[in-house]
Design a binder for this molecule. Structure first.
Ligand code: M6R
Length: 609
């Protein structure tokens, strides 16, 4: 996903657009650009690389005006270059456009326009849309009509903001499949692809739905469909605060978000989990009160870290709720032939709520009659709006590309859902109350686990030259191992693999050589003795074992080369604490290698296309 912003107000637009782009940089960071409108002209500045390049271009040649659009790019069509950076401008130089998404029929549009004598300048799909709007506009002079006309021709997905050299007081935005939020402030209107760009400037927002086009102008906000039917948009308060979106004294968002986990977990459980109670209260499922006991099968899906959380959910739902559970990569589910029987609840997991594969999988299972729930952090996001019901994470904005606090919040929410469903079936009040007490104690235990920061840092520095790592776990900690490996890969670019510890003998053991770091998650649960045997296997091949173990476990201290001790908890909740040292280790491993942890190479925060 790329970051988009558009500003219309009374302040210098370039400054505000650049400030907004800084807050969106985690969504794309290989090139950036902006266009303002003043004196009947477009003023376009673009630069390859991080936003500093664009800031320098603006310092050298300021862009005047109080209307502007901007974009920070994560390249999909066309390499990162100045020509491919947004905004794209039509041949007559009257229309500028920033775009998130993919115009699937761009080749056909391009060939039609080239046939009309239009000259293209970039390799992007986006330029075809800018040129098509410009082509219609040159014939009609009707800006809104030209945008709608072009969008009716376009296939694929878009979130766009459009500026016109002839209209210094009019900004147009539209959406199909790519998120856009409009914020209203004092004397200003802002459109952005993510609420992070609006925080601190506006207090009220409205989310665009698919095929909606809004015209922002002196009269405020006017919305119509692509087919010109008027729409009433409701404004709602913007929940995120400036403090949440800033670094607040931490060096990186990833670090801040790791350390925010005790609070994020408290927020995820607030009003839902009460120590001493024998039921959880999930307001988001209230409308489902009657269906809940009828679910016989759960189908969980998501991507990346959300998929790992779903795998943990499988253990929780089977163990606590007694519901047969399957977990799918959303990217695979959407192209399969999923069989949805009566009594199936399909649960979409997503931090952003905007991941394209997860949205597509959701729509696929809905079209087959599944009842759907969302476990989502992004308030008002597409998945939150399109699922039948759901439970928000309330973890606060997650900006670091590596997901951390959303992962533990997802596990907490899955545990609450499993307890809720379980209690409506066979789970006794005593067992439920015991687990509720354990859940309520988790934030404190996570705080304790965060004290491992210094040890994780020293360890990461000692292992800085190791290029292959293994992560092993069993049962509910197998997904914890997968997540540990993913965190390391994405921020430190070190090869890491997560495995169920028992699978080692079936092949991967051959990879172990002297000094290879093998991270073993080994709480004292029913798989403990087996995991100790796995550690011996690794040790006898000279692997270097780093165990994540329960406080006070002396046996493991004798076997492993190093132990990261975490507080004890119920075996099913162990991933909530075991994951903390793994996150810290990845963070410090990336720093030790000199990487930008918040913006790892080739990645963006959300994959919306
Ligand atoms: O926003 P989502 O949870 O849907 O995102 C899914 C994945 O793209 C995401 O978890 C990704 O794997 C993270 N970078 C992992 O840290």
């Amino acid at each position: 996903m790329c970051g988009i912003i558009g500003y219309l107000g009374t302040q210098p637009a370039a400054e505000i657009v650049l400030g907004g782009l800084k807050r969106l940089e985690h969504l794309g960071y290989d090139s950036a650009g902006l266009a303002t409108v003043a004196d009947g002209q477009l003023h376009v500045r673009r630069a390859v690389g991080r936003l500093d390049g664009l800031a320098e271009a603006l310092a050298a040649e300021p862009a005047p005006g109080t209307l502007g659009i901007g974009h920070t790019r994560w390249a999909t069509h066309g390499r990162p270059s100045q020509e491919n950076a947004h905004p794209h401008v039509d041949a007559a130089g009257r229309i500028a456009l920033v775009h998130n998404g993919v115009i699937e029929n761009h080749a056909a549009i391009r060939s039609f326009l080239e046939g009309q004598g239009v000259r293209f300048r970039s390799e992007t799909d986006t330029e075809s849309l800018a040129q098509l709007i410009g082509f219609f506009y040159s014939q009609t002079g009707d800006l809104l009509g030209s945008v709608r006309g072009a969008l009716r021709e376009a296939r694929g997905t878009f979130g766009i903001a459009v500026a016109c050299a002839d209209a210094a007081d009019t900004l147009i935005a539209a959406r199909r499949g790519s998120p856009l939020i409009i914020g209203t402030g004092r004397d200003e209107l802002i459109v952005a692809s993510d609420a992070a760009a609006l925080v601190g400037r506006v207090s009220q927002v409205t989310h665009l739905e698919d095929n909606e086009v809004v015209l922002l102008g002196p009269g405020g906000l006017r919305a119509v469909t692509v087919d010109a039917k008027p729409i009433e948009k409701q404004l709602e308060p913007l929940e995120a605060s400036l403090e949440e979106a800033s670094l607040g004294g931490y060096a990186h968002h990833m670090q801040k978000e790791i350390f925010e986990q005790p609070d994020a977990l408290r927020n995820a459980m607030r009003g839902r989990v009460r120590p001493g109670a024998d039921r959880v209260t999930l307001g988001g499922l209230k409308s489902f009160e009657r269906e809940l006991p009828r679910f016989r099968r759960a189908l969980l899906f998501g991507c990346g870290t959300s998929w790992h959380a779903a795998l943990i959910g499988e253990y929780l739902l089977e163990e606590l709720a007694g519901i047969s559970t399957e977990v799918e990569y959303a990217s695979e589910l959407r192209y399969r032939n999923p069989l949805i029987q009566e009594g199936t609840v399909a649960i979409a997991l997503s931090q952003s709520g905007e991941t394209a594969d997860t949205i597509a999988a959701l729509r696929e299972v809905q079209s087959r009659g599944a009842v759907t729930l969302g476990i989502v952090n992004g308030v008002g996001s597409t998945i939150a709006r399109e699922t039948d019901a759901g439970v928000y994470l309330h973890a606060g904005p997650e900006i670091g590309v590596a997901s951390t606090k959303a992962f533990t919040a997802q596990i907490a929410v899955l545990a609450m859902i499993a307890l809720d469903l379980g209690r409506r079936r066979h789970l006794s009040p005593e067992r439920t109350a015991e687990l509720i007490d354990e859940l309520a104690a988790i934030p404190e235990k996570v705080t304790k686990a965060l004290e491992l920061d210094g040890q994780a840092k020293r360890l990461a520095q000692r292992l800085v030259d190791r290029q292959n790592w293994l992560y092993l776990g069993r049962g509910v900690n197998f997904p914890t191992a997968l997540e540990g490996a993913l965190k390391l890969k994405e921020v430190s670019y070190v090869h890491a693999e997560g495995l169920p510890a028992a699978e080692m003998k079936h092949g991967p053991l051959a990879m172990i050589d002297a000094g290879m770091p093998v991270i073993v998650i080994a709480p004292q649960d029913r798989t403990y003795e087996k995991v100790l045997a796995n550690i011996r296997e690794v040790k006898s091949r000279e692997g270097r074992v780093i165990a994540v173990a329960s406080e006070g476990d002396e046996r493991i201290a004798e076997l492993a080369d190093e132990v990261l001790f975490v507080p004890r908890t119920s075996p099913l909740l162990a991933p909530l604490v075991a994951t903390i040292p793994l996150q810290l280790l990845s963070y410090h491993a990336a720093l030790a290698r000199g990487h930008d942890v918040d913006k790892p190479r080739n990645l963006a925060k959300s994959v919306t296309e």
